[in-house]
Design a protein around this ligand. Structure first.
Ligand code: ZN
Ligand code: ZN
Length: 485
């Protein structure tokens, strides 16, 4: 360990165990140092781009202008999108339909950020000098207020029962057509990540998919906690976790999706539903796009040296959406990091926004996780800054961010593929008796906030009410954690 790492460990150990801090240093420092050396600490880059002393010297490093990229993306924006109101207009059409209550719908479940802790033990101490507690190694206090609960504890990751109970309510009550899995199954003890540890969690989760969620089409993706080097994916080669999940998730992918996913962990695939006879049926003209946002994650330290468009995620997305447009197809988009969150690097997120602006008629809605809170975001067009689409950020199944476990169910109008209801199921970890089903239906977004519909402009109207009305603001705040702290 270098002297820099020693110093970091010493500083960290003021708050956490020495061994935990050493684990963090071991897992993070080599990636940070090696990637800083590849670009930021190179003489030419330092002189030109950091110190600004070599302006006349052609170092070979060019700072790209995002406006140039965005201009290119928007150059062939179709005339039908001139008013940036395509999705709003579709919602108006649904509202004007005299038979709107009889329109066929589909159900999508989105659960994300499970962070399942196989070492969680009810009764163990919920206080410790580690990143997560509630394990046998933290001891079993006699004081009940310090004991981990049977179905989770605020600040800890979750016991397996939370996941199995979620499967029960999905199967018995929700009965969806499609499941979107948003990533992050490994607990937050990133100091102890190894290949065996991370893959064992992936396998455990997929075994549960294979034994409990067999009646639905399922679309998976990775979160930042699903990589062996925590948070980090090297886009210059195939990541070991992509290789592992390629085998594990084989049954979810068609050949085309498999070939694309194998490179860098993103894919698109036709939306499918499972028929009564057990076969899968394509929903013609509708696709699911899974975007790998490791390419924008601020804690992915490989991005210190991999700039512009790591893994060609944006180039692939742009090309894929062009293909859908030419064939008259549409899509639902899923990703782990929301593009409007500070964790997703601005330069990438700004370019992503331009793509969503250009293809606002193709991407009908999108879901995200990672922040562990139930939040809504609105995509705005670059030029007119008008609301063009809705981003649903689902809460986490894990309690680590001091939230009650939750997942979302979207009722989607089959003809337009637009969500008309957004339901949330919640497990109240404080008031659930041992042995009882803790998951309960909680609320629906339009009813909770008294909204006309789930259109982009309705969300802008809600945002203005949150800004102007303290009661609505408090309701939104409480809903984010679904009764957590
Ligand atoms: Zn997470
Ligand atoms: Zn995450």
């Amino acid at each position: 360990m270098s002297s820099i790492e020693d110093s970091l460990v010493a500083a960290c150990s003021v708050f956490l165990n020495w061994s935990t801090c050493a684990g963090f240093a071991n897992n993070f420092a080599p990636i940070v140092v090696s990637n800083l050396l590849k670009l930021n600490l190179q003489n030419n880059y330092m002189c030109t781009n950091v110190l600004g002393l070599c302006a006349d010297y052609n170092s070979g490093y060019v700072t790209l202008d995002p406006e140039q990229y965005i201009g290119g993306i928007l150059a062939d924006k179709p005339a039908i999108l001139a008013n940036d109101d395509f999705i709003d207009n579709l919602y108006k059409e649904i509202a004007a339909d005299p038979a709107k209550d009889q329109r066929p719908t589909m159900k999508f479940v989105h659960f994300t950020d499970i962070h399942m802790d196989l070492l969680y033990r009810a009764g163990a101490s919920k206080e410790c000098a580690d990143v997560i507690c509630c394990r046998a190694s933290d001891g079993y206090p006699t004081n009940a207020s310090l004991q981990a609960g049977p179905l989770g504890t605020f600040g800890c990751d979750i016991p397996v029962d939370v996941v199995t109970q979620m499967g029960d309510i999905i199967n018995n009550e929700v009965k969806p057509d499609v499941i979107l899995w948003g990533g992050d199954v490994t607990p937050h003890d990133q100091n102890s990540y190894t290949y065996d540890y991370v893959t064992s969690l992936q396998k455990r989760l997929d075994d549960w998919f294979g034994s409990n969620l067999t009646n639905y089409a399922l679309y998976p993706l990775e979160g930042n906690h699903d990589f062996v080097e925590p948070n980090s994916q090297d886009f210059t080669k195939q990541d070991p976790m992509i290789a592992y999940n390629l085998q594990l998730w084989d049954r979810y992918f068609d050949d085309q999706a498999k070939a694309v996913y194998a490179k860098h962990g993103y894919y698109s695939q036709r939306l499918r539903t499972k028929q009564a006879d057990g076969t899968m049926k394509d929903v013609e003209g509708v696709n699911v796009i899974a975007v790998n946002t490791e390419a924008c994650y601020s804690m992915n330290f490989y991005l210190l040296s991999q700039r512009n468009d790591p893994g060609d995620v944006l180039a692939w997305l742009n090309e894929t959406l062009h293909g859908f447009e030419q064939r008259g197809e549409i899509a639902v988009l899923m990703a782990h990091h929301p593009p409007g969150d500070a964790d997703c690097l601005y330069q990438w997120a700004y370019r992503f926004r331009a793509i969503l602006d250009r293809f606002q008629h193709i991407v009908r809605w999108s879901v995200y996780g990672h922040v562990h809170l139930e939040i809504m975001g609105v995509a705005h067009s670059i030029k007119n800054k008008k609301p063009t689409g809705v981003h649903f950020w689902s809460g986490s199944v894990s309690t680590w961010f001091e939230v009650n476990p939750s997942f979302k169910v979207f009722e989607v109008d089959t003809k337009t593929m637009l969500p008309i209801k957004s339901h949330t199921y919640v497990l109240d970890i404080t008031n659930t008796e041992i042995g009882q089903q803790g998951w309960k239906y909680s609320h629906e977004i339009t009813a909770r906030y008294n909204m006309t519909d789930l259109s982009p402009s309705s969300f802008v109207a809600l945002a203005e009410r949150i800004r102007d009305n303290e009661d609505v603001a408090l309701l939104y705040q409480r809903t984010q954690s679904n009764g957590g702290l």
